[in-house]
Design a protein around this ligand. Structure first.
Ligand code: A3P
Length: 337
């Protein structure tokens, strides 16, 4: 007996048609965008003011079409190399502190990357995240202007780091991932590109500024934290983070040393020493594979001193001071100075 066409087939083909149309529009649009030099791949494209590689740009368009945020979602937003891996571990373990013991924690056996999805490299619309427990946690490197407007109802933790350390960390990291078909990117070239705003997800100053301004307008929705503060006063910062996420530590937990325990477990020394973070690879989308140990290099404030001359330091500080002038975000509060 012949069966009549089922509803799922009709829906599937409608979705396929929509998906194909988006891909066609993307293929056309990318030819019209300004191009700059990439650090990992040959080209970056300037899309609504930010530099993205072609596959991240495509994912951004699919994300804006398919991703369905919920008001209870909490996002870790960060520029590349500002401590995303570390903050993932801190946020996940704080939210889930009643589900694991510290002597046999999930993060003893699994990488921080596996704790929650990075929405910039997910497969849309295949992944819809409806199975995740509330509050759902997500990470992103996109600036708020590249995210669906309805995400303003969600909470964001934004991590900022001294641009000089970001530059060095990013240059070393992306040089290792750089396509073998391309000539190596020298530090001088990377420095020039960075000071001109051209690097994956850059300009860094516009990234920082967009979250900073939003955090001033909606402090209950955006928590602006710095890598340096988390290094210098982790107990204070972690308590702030927990309260912001709606999971503040109780007095009893504080007295029992729970905050200290989380800080200690996920310190650079502990996280980087775990077997799970020393071996194996992490996949981002279909194209990018990164060895887990690459997420743990030195974990220090001020390593830029080993790479940048005084002149380079003055130039990069000057660029950022100028760009952030009048925003209220001053160097001593945002950098490791
Ligand atoms: P360095 O390259 O300066 O050492 P991201 O996770 O956003 O890619 O950031 C990576 C940076 O965070 C690297 O900086 C890495 O060493 C550092 N890092 C990773 N885990 C850390 C931790 N537990 N504490 C402090 N820094 C950490």
């Amino acid at each position: 007996m012949l069966s009549s066409p089922s509803l799922p087939t009709t829906l599937e083909s409608k979705e396929d048609a929509e998906h194909n149309k988006i891909c066609q529009d993307y293929n056309h649009m990318i030819t019209t965008l300004p191009k700059g030099n990439g650090w990992r791949v040959q080209h970056l494209y300037n899309y609504n003011g930010f530099w993205l590689d072609s596959s991240t740009l495509k994912t951004n368009i699919l994300l804006n079409t398919y991703f369905k945020p919920q008001p209870s979602d909490i996002f870790l937003a960060s520029f590349m190399k500002t401590g995303t891996t570390w903050f993932k571990a801190l946020m996940f373990s704080t939210i889930n502190r009643h589900n694991y013991t510290f002597s046999n924690h999930y993060l003893h056996h699994q990488s921080p990357q596996s704790t929650f999805p990075m929405i910039d490299s997910e497969d849309y619309p295949v992944n819809d995240f409806t199975h995740l427990p509330t509050p759902r946690l997500f990470a992103t490197h996109f600036s708020p202007t590249l995210l669906p407007p309805c995400m303003t109802s969600c909470k964001f933790v934004y991590v900022c780091r001294d641009p000089k350390d970001v530059l060095i960390s990013k240059w070393i990291y992306l040089s290792k991932l750089r396509s073998k078909d391309l000539a190596p990117l020298s530090l001088d070239e990377a420095f020039e590109l960075f000071c001109n705003g051209i690097s994956e997800y850059g300009p860094y100053w516009d990234h920082v500024l967009s979250y900073w301004k939003d955090s001033l307008v909606c402090p209950d929705k955006i928590l602006f934290v710095t890598y340096e503060d988390m290094k210098k006063q982790p107990l204070v910062e972690l308590r702030k983070l927990a309260t912001f996420m709606g999971k503040g530590f109780t007095l009893e937990e504080v007295e029992r040393g729970v905050v200290e325990e989380i800080v200690r477990l996920f310190s650079f020394e502990n996280l980087s020493g775990l077997e799970v973070n020393r071996r194996g690879v992490e996949k981002f989308g279909k194209l990018v594979e990164v060895e887990r140990r690459e997420f743990f290099r030195k974990g220090e404030i001020g390593d830029w001193r080993n790479y940048l001359s005084e002149e380079m330091k003055d130039r990069i500080d000057g660029v950022f001071d100028e760009k952030l002038k009048g925003s209220g975000l001053v160097r001593s509060s945002r950098d490791g100075d």
